[in-house]
Design a protein around this ligand. Structure first.
Ligand SMILES: [Zn+2]
Ligand SMILES: [Zn+2]
Length: 62
């Protein structure tokens, strides 16, 4: 389970998200650790959005 504390990251900084739909979010590079996510174990995508919608990262993956 992703803890709610992960969502308290400063969204104005560079962050890394999972684009598999699990809403995984980290402040440093890593892989998705949500076992039920289609992208489990896959690298997180770098994002620097300022609106919390992760449009930057989502654009990269289409
Ligand atoms: Zn994921
Ligand atoms: Zn973002």
């Amino acid at each position: 389970m992703l803890s709610s504390c992960m969502k308290r990251l400063n969204r104005f900084m560079k962050h890394y998200i999972c684009t598999g739909g699990c809403e995984g979010l980290s402040d440093k590079p890593g892989v998705c650790n949500t076992k039920t996510c289609p992208k489990h174990g896959k690298p997180l995508t770098e994002c620097d959005c300022k609106d919390g919608k992760h449009t930057t990262a989502l654009k990269k993956t289409g």
